[in-house]
Each structure stands twice: as structure tokens, then as C-alpha cells.
Design a protein around this ligand. Structure first.
Ligand code: NAP
Length: 455
């Protein structure tokens, strides 16, 4: 076991193992977690209550999660030193214990030099206290901790199941038709993008290389330049995971989403490499769309997964107009970023969209929204996103009974119109609950015997 300085490894519980490409989950797995910044602690408390309630009820005390707190963002600054937002031992713990869960973290954007991790205020000097919220936790601008975790642990798939829960207010007429799992590449494309700022020597050199040496045309000389790498390795492992998921979960299709009509050697290559891995590794389990029409007269053989592709922009239309024709999407990084937020908006918004970052043998589950800093410590926001990420985590552990119990209880709670502010403002006759009350209501709606955790 790695040596940890600030992380306290619990004396009870066991590490999750990994054998023949599969997790080996003990009855008392140690799960690293951090609540996150801003509203993270509020949604984490509610999530913990709900997950513990479901596990205890589903397995009558035989199984139990043993939580192990690790640090990132504000809690890292408080526990390590004032400039460490992502300690190495946090990454070590996620790697060693294999399955973790996290709340949202502040990610500074823009050109300012410092950020307050309590309220996300941005400033160019480092005052002793934040001028906005008086917090002392001000840190120099840093690259996204979330991206840092994904890259350091090579969590190459960002997985987001998007479905509607009955009663959730949403902008479309038939949200029940939406049940799609998005696999978005998580390590390359713009996440590994290289940019050159207009006016710099480097940018001029790249410009000269492209225009003079390579003979390429750039419409205006006063351009910033970006390069996005998309690899065969990165594309194929992502598409492989998506197809395996579709086969394991008996999903009818996998759609490769790309912009290959314009960018042939990155986006178009993603599509081609995707079909290649599908045919090479899953030949008996898949049919491509071309084969369906050329060889099978449009009649899909039972039990097989259809592998098709769509251009990214028309996929947005398709998800609005004919969502029931799609079940699993595999996308490069940027397309998947846009698509997954748009998709979750269709079924009720970020407050209820779960997510996971998954690699080979390591996974970190997370709320997909940010820290919602204006609601910090107000016990107000919807914990649904983190709770449903916890459901994904339970499924990943193979604890399906507990996962199903959370989903049913969440549905009952929403159908009873007992919801947090974000849903209440859109639902006629609803009762507004605090974040913690919503968590407790879900536990109460699980039925079964009363729990210490829920009292
Ligand atoms: P945000 O935190 O997602 O919040 C934007 C708005 O979305 C909120 O004001 C709220 O809308 C709604 N919202 C978010 N979470 C909600 C919840 N749990 N329940 C109900 N409504 C919720 O986005 P942001 O304000 O752009 O970003 C704030 C910070 O979070 C930034 O530092 C950003 O970089 C970071 N961030 C982190 C992650 C991550 O850790 N994975 C992801 C995205 C952003 P109303 O105002 O309408 O109530």
C-alpha cells in the first residue's frame, strides 16, 4: 500500500481488487471521496445519506461502503499548503483503491491571476482575505483539477447516462423517449490541445511553418492557432468501451458522432478507427449500418448491436426530434462536451445529470455540474447529479439492488413533488425542500426498516 501523509486509510474495510480485466469487490470496499468546493459539501452529505441508506437496506448490513476522505481543491489547500490543489497522494489513493467519487471543484478561467476557492471570485492581486466573501482560501490560477485527475489517472471515457425521471420538469414533449448513454473521449482532442497566442513568437513560427513550408492557407494573419490531436489508440479504446457497454447492457446501437465531413484526419479518422475496432474485435456481435442496408435488407438480426455514425451537428437535431433511435453515443472530446450538456438539459438539467470518468481498472464518479458558488452553504441545491453518479458507482461495483433502490426512491420523491428549488420553481404545486431534506426524503421513500443514517 502507498504511504499516505494526510489521508487516513480506515482500519476497517478492504481494497477493491482487479483480476482478468474485472473488479473484485469485497463486501466492505474502501472508497476514496472528496465533497468538492462551493455547494459540494451540501450535495455530498445528502448523497452519502442516500447511498448508505440504500446499501444497508439492500444487503441488510452484509455490505457496507467504508469511506476514505481524500483532498482536492479547497480541502487540499487547507490540508497541504496554500498552493496545492491536487496532491499527488489523492491521485495515488484513487489509483490504489480503484473506485472513487467526487464533488465539483472550482476551475478558474480567464486571464486573472488568483481565485477564491470559497466563492470563485477572481482577482489579479492576492489579498489576505477575499474581498467578496472574506475567505482566506485564495490560490494562484491553476489548470482544471478535474482535467488533472482525468489525465493523471488516464480516465479516458467520460460516461454520462441521460434519461428522464417521471415528474422532472423539462422543455421537450416526450422526454420519456430519451434514454442514451454518452461515452465522451476524455484525454485528447481539445483536452490535449496545443494553442499559440496571436502576437507571440511561437505563434508566428507555427504560422510561417504552416503557410510557407506546408503550403496551407490561413485566412487572416492575425490568428491565434490551435492544434487538436485525435489518435487511433485514444479513439479505439473509447469506442471499444462503448461497444462493450452496449453488448453487456443489451443496448441496440452505438453511434459514432464526429465532424468528419470537415476534419477528415481527426474527426473522420475517429469514425473510421471506430468502425475498424468494431469489426475487428466484435465481429460476431455487431452489424454496421452499411452492412444492414447492403447485405441484410434493413432487417436487424436479433441480439446484435448496430454500429452507425452521424455528423455532430445533425446529432443535436436527432436527439431533439428522434431520441429513441439512439442508445449509446461514442464521441471525441469537444463534440461530447456540447452534446452531453445539451442532452441533459432536454431531460431536466444539470441538477440531475450523473457522470463518471472511467479508465482501465480505475473509475471516479462525479457530479456533472460545477460548484454553483452563489448557493455555497445554503443547503439548497439539488443533490440529484451526485446521487445518480453514486448510483452509477453502485452499478460499477455490481451492487445493482442498491442502485435500483436509489432510483426508485428518487422517482417516488420527485413524483410526490417534494423537490429542491430548481425543480420546485418549474413544478406547479410542488413543495420546496432543502438539499439535506431532499436526501432524507429519498431515504424515507426507500421503505424497509428505519436506519440510523436516516434518523
Ligand atoms: P455551475 O456551478 O454548474 O452552476 C451554474 C448554474 O447551474 C447554477 O447557478 C444553477 O442555476 C445551476 N446548478 C448547478 N448545480 C446545480 C444543482 N446541484 N442544483 C440545482 N441547480 C444547479 O456552473 P458555473 O457557475 O459556470 O461554474 C462554477 C464553478 O464550477 C467554476 O469554477 C467552474 O469552473 C466549476 N465547474 C466545475 C465542474 C466540475 O467540478 N466537474 C464542472 C463545471 C464547472 P441557477 O442559478 O439557475 O439556480
Amino acid at each position: 500500500m502507498a504511504q499516505y501523509k494526510k489521508i487516513k486509510v480506515p482500519s476497517e474495510g478492504e481494497k477493491i481488487g482487479f483480476k482478468d480485466g474485472k473488479l473484485v469487490v469485497p463486501d466492505h470496499p474502501i472508497i476514496p471521496f472528496f465533497p468538492g468546493d462551493g455547494t459540494g459539501p451540501d450535495i455530498w452529505r445528502a448523497t452519502k445519506l442516500v447511498l448508505e441508506g440504500a446499501v444497508e437496506r439492500a444487503y441488510e448490513g452484509k455490505k457496507k461502503i467504508v469511506w476514505m476522505e481524500v483532498f482536492a481543491g479547497l480541502t487540499a489547500l487547507k490540508n497541504y499548503d496554500k498552493d496545492t490543489v491536487l496532491p499527488k497522494e489523492t491521485l495515488d489513493a484513487f489509483k490504489e483503491f480503484r473506485v472513487g467519487i467526487k464533488g465539483p471543484l472550482t476551475t478558474p478561467a480567464g486571464q486573472f491571476k488568483f481565485v477564491c476557492l470559497d466563492c470563485a471570485a477572481e482577482m489579479n492581486d492576492r489579498p489576505a482575505l477575499c474581498p467578496k466573501c472574506k475567505s482566506e482560501w485564495i490560490t494562484p490560477r491553476f489548470r482544471s483539477v478535474n482535467v488533472g485527475i482525468r489525465q493523471a489517472l488516464d480516465l479516458y471515457a467520460c460516461v454520462r447516462p441521460v434519461r428522464w425521471f417521471q415528474g422532472v420538469p423539462c422543455p421537450v414533449k416526450h422526454p420519456e423517449k430519451f434514454n442514451i448513454v454518452i461515452f465522451r473521449e476524455n484525454t485528447e482532442d481539445i483536452y490535449a490541445g496545443i494553442e499559440f497566442e496571436y502576437g507571440t513568437k511561437d505563434c508566428q513560427e507555427v504560422y510561417d511553418f504552416l503557410t510557407k513550408k506546408m503550403g496551407k492557407k490561413i485566412p487572416f494573419a492575425d490568428s491565434g492557432i490551435g492544434i487538436k490531436p485525435i489518435s487511433k489508440t485514444g479513439s479505439q479504446r473509447l469506442v471499444r468501451m462503448a461497444i462493450r457497454y452496449a453488448i453487456d447492457h443489451k443496448k441496440p446501437s452505438v453511434t459514432l458522432v464526429h465532424k468528419g465531413n470537415i476534419q477528415k484526419f481527426t474527426e473522420g479518422a475517429f469514425r473510421d478507427w471506430g468502425y475498424e475496432v468494431a469489426k475487428r474485435e466484435f465481429r460476431d456481435q455487431i452489424v454496421t449500418e452499411a452492412e444492414l442496408w447492403d447485405n441484410l435488407g434493413g432487417k436487424m438480426p436479433a441480439g446484435k448491436v448496430l454500429v452507425k455514425d452521424r455528423i455532430a451537428d445533425q446529432t443535436f437535431q436527432q436527439l431533439l426530434l428522434r431520441p429513441d433511435e439512439y442508445s449509446v453515443l461514442a464521441t471525441p472530446n469537444l463534440n461530447g462536451d456540447y452534446l452531453s450538456d445539451a442532452a441533459v438539459a432536454q431531460v431536466g438539467g444539470l441538477g440531475i445529470g450523473p457522470g463518471a470518468n472511467i479508465g482501465d481498472g480505475v473509475a471516479v464518479f462525479e457530479a456533472t455540474h460545477g460548484t454553483a458558488p452563489k448557493y455555497t452553504n445554503k443547503d439548497m441545491v439539488n443533490p440529484g447529479s451526485l446521487i445518480l453518479s453514486g448510483v452509477m458507482m453502485l452499478e460499477h461495483l455490481g451492487w445493482q439492488k442498491a442502485a435500483d433502490m436509489v432510483v426508485s426512491a428518487l422517482e417516488r420523491t420527485i413524483q410526490a413533488k417534494t423537490v429542491t428549488y430548481d425543480f420546485e420553481r418549474q413544478m406547479e404545486g410542488a413543495k420546496k425542500l432543502k438539499c439535506s431534506e431532499f436526501g432524507a426524503a429519498i431515504v424515507a421513500n426507500m421503505g424497509g426498516r428505519a436506519l440510523a443514517a436516516a434518523r
